[in-house]
Structure formats: structure tokens, C-alpha cells
Ligand binder design. Structure first.
Ligand SMILES: [Zn+2]
Length: 362
């Protein structure tokens, strides 16, 4: 099991201790179908987390935000999204720390400009030869006998851009920007649109890491039970395997491990999942810097959020890839130039990358 390094500048990243064993067992039983009302009586920690989510504290603001973390594919949720984004905006104004640490982003914007297509672009010179990347095919594959991730950073100034919710029609634009700056990134992908699946392979072939996010991004389904979670994870794993030949060990929970919305569907599920995914050879990556692009913001605002964040040596930065995220595409060059000007390089996550873990709230 990986636990984060101790760093006074990262108080919100430190994991809470897991529930006592009896709590976990109870939670598992509850996820199997026992009523949630019983959970409120039996799991005081969880109840406390849920109750406090009604407050506007920075830590719990993530719970409210997560309620809007519907899939980028779920356009039907736009109305709810607008409400949640208003909540998010309010909490970001009042809790700047939450934007960089425990913000659990919403993932839609209400309108969309048609994404310009860059299909047909030839691969730029920064694309590595496939023979130089072949080692990843076995090294990144999930293996229960081989834990992934590091508890300490590598001491170098590195930004690991992590891009959730793609591939989308905007993925080619993102890939071209990354190539322009010779930057590598990590895509935590979803199964929203089969017509975009080929971008998973394209991103991988261009030197980026592929991780698993979720097949459906539907919280009610994904977090209905541990079995439901793994059914979803296995589905997106198969999608990725069809593209790159293996199931990768890198994952990102919908909403991050600190999400509180999962408590609406299964009390204690995150407390169990953070351990069980690692026991199965996966490693979950949260983040220590967020662009804030889970909500509707201008590119200038996104760049501003990043510049307000800390400058730790290893930065795992959250952003999103969907048709609605034009401002992210606009902000990305400025963000990359900002960090490159400070001496950072941009690398893709690998098995040795430092792992930021949030505190579990459910
Ligand atoms: Zn997401």
C-alpha cells in the first residue's frame, strides 16, 4: 500500500487512516444491499462525513462538487451541472485551498463549441519511435503481484498532467499542444464515445500514459457497490486493452478518492476501494494541483488557479478532456509555459511516479 510522503505543504493530501476492520466489513455488507439507514447508525465516521458535507468547509466542498461530476458524456445532466457549478464557483471563491488540493471537479460545461478537427495531422518529431516505448506494454500492465507507485517524489521538478474524461473530439488538439511543447501526459479515460476510442491508441503511441477512469462515469451505477465498481473498471479496462494491448495499472476514481457523493449510494465504499484496488495491482492517483476546469471558467481563470497553487517538486495536475472544455485547451499552452519557465519538465506517469492520495471521506 502506498501512503503519501509527509509534507507540511500538503496537509490535505495525507490519507486518513482507513476504517477499523469491523467498519470495513460492515460497509461491505451494507454495499451488498442492507439499507443505508442502518449505515448511518453503524458507521459514525461516515455519517459525520456526510453531515459535514452540508457545511461549506473546504474539505467537504469536494462532496458538493462531486455531485456534479457526471460524465462528460452525460449531456442530459446539464441542468444539474449548472447548479453544481454555481456551488463550485462559490466554494472556490471562499476556499482557495480546495481548488488546488481536494477539489473534486465537475466535468461538464453547459455549452459547447464544435471541436475543430485536427485529424490527418502527421505525427510531429517529438513522437518517440515505437521501439523505444515497447517496454511500457509489460511494465504498465496491472499485476496483483507488483504494487505500483512511489511514496516519495523523485526530487526533480516535474509536472504530471493528468487528463480525465477523454478521449473526446478535442483530444487531437490536446495531443498537438503536448507535442508542440515536448510534454508528456497521462490520460485517465472513459468509455463515453466509442467513435473516439482510437485516440486512446494515438495518445499512447505518441508517448503518453493511459490510465483507467470509468466506463460510464455514472456515480449511481459506479458506486452502487464494490462489485458494481469493479464491473465498471473491468469494462473500461477492456476498452483500453483493445486499443493498447493490455490493462494498465493506473487508475483515477471518479471524483477522486475523497469524493463524498459515493456515500449517497454505498456507505464506506471508498474506504474499501482504496485498499482493494491496490491489492489487485492497481494504483489510484489523486492530484495536488487542479486547473479548476471541472467548472466553467475562462482560460485566464484556469491559468490563475494553477499559478496560485504550490510549487512542490512533483506536481500531479488535474484537468479534463471533453468537447465542452475549450478553455482548457486554450489554457494548456500558458500553463505549460508557466511551469517550463520555472524549470519543470512534463512527464507521463509511470510505475515509479509519486502517488498523491487524498483523505477518504466515505
Ligand atoms: Zn471524471
Amino acid at each position: 500500500m502506498v501512503t503519501p510522503r509527509k509534507n507540511p505543504q500538503r496537509p490535505a493530501i495525507q490519507r486518513k487512516s482507513v476504517l477499523p476492520l469491523v467498519g470495513v466489513i460492515i460497509a461491505v455488507l451494507l454495499c451488498g444491499g442492507i439499507g443505508f439507514a442502518a449505515a448511518q447508525g453503524l458507521l459514525p465516521d461516515t455519517q459525520a462525513a456526510r453531515s459535514s458535507s452540508a457545511n461549506s468547509s473546504a474539505a467537504e466542498s469536494s462532496a458538493a462538487k462531486e455531485s456534479s461530476d457526471a460524465s462528460s458524456a452525460e449531456e442530459a445532466a446539464d441542468k444539474q451541472q449548472a447548479q453544481s457549478e454555481a456551488q463550485l464557483d462559490a466554494s472556490q471563491q471562499s476556499s482557495p485551498e480546495a481548488t488546488s488540493l481536494e477539489q473534486a471537479p465537475s466535468e461538464q460545461t453547459p455549452s459547447d463549441e464544435a471541436a475543430s478537427s485536427t485529424e490527418g495531422n502527421t505525427q510531429p518529431e517529438s513522437t518517440p519511435a515505437s521501439s523505444e516505448l515497447a517496454w511500457r506494454d509489460t511494465d504498465f500492465a496491472v499485476d496483483p503481484a507488483r504494487p505500483a507507485g512511489s511514496t516519495s517524489d523523485n526530487g526533480r521538478k516535474v509536472v504530471y498532467i493528468t487528463i480525465d474524461d477523454g478521449p473526446s473530439a478535442r483530444t487531437p488538439e490536446v495531443l498537438d499542444i503536448l507535442d508542440k511543447y515536448n510534454a508528456k501526459a497521462t490520460f485517465f479515460v472513459v468509455g463515453a464515445d466509442p467513435s473516439n476510442y482510437h485516440y486512446i491508441k494515438e495518445a499512447y503511441d505518441r508517448g503518453h500514459t493511459i490510465g483507467l477512469h470509468t466506463m460510464t462515469h455514472d456515480y449511481a451505477a459506479v458506486y452502487a457497490s464494490t462489485d458494481a465498481y469493479y464491473a465498471d473498471l473491468n469494462q473500461i479496462g477492456q476498452v483500453v486493452k483493445d486499443q493498447i494491448g493490455y490493462v494498465p495499472c493506473f487508475i483515477r476514481f471518479p471524483g477522486g478518492s475523497s469524493n463524498g457523493v459515493s456515500a449517497d449510494y454505498c456507505a464506506g465504499i471508498m474506504s474499501e476501494l482504496v485498499n482493494s484496488v491496490q491489492a489487485q495491482g492497481y494504483q489510484y492517483y489523486d492530484w495536488n494541483v487542479s486547473t479548476g476546469d471541472g467548472a466553467v471558467h475562462t482560460a485566464e481563470e484556469l491559468v490563475g488557479y494553477v499559478k496560485e497553487s504550490g510549487l512542490d517538486t512533483n506536481i500531479v495536475m488535474l484537468c479534463h478532456d471533453s468537447e465542452t472544455k475549450q478553455s482548457t485547451v486554450e489554457a494548456l499552452p500558458q500553463i505549460i509555459e508557466y511551469y517550463q519557465g520555472l524549470g519543470y519538465s512534463f512527464e507521463a506517469i509511470d510505475r515509479n511516479t509519486w502517488v498523491p492520495h487524498h483523505g477518504v471521506a466515505n
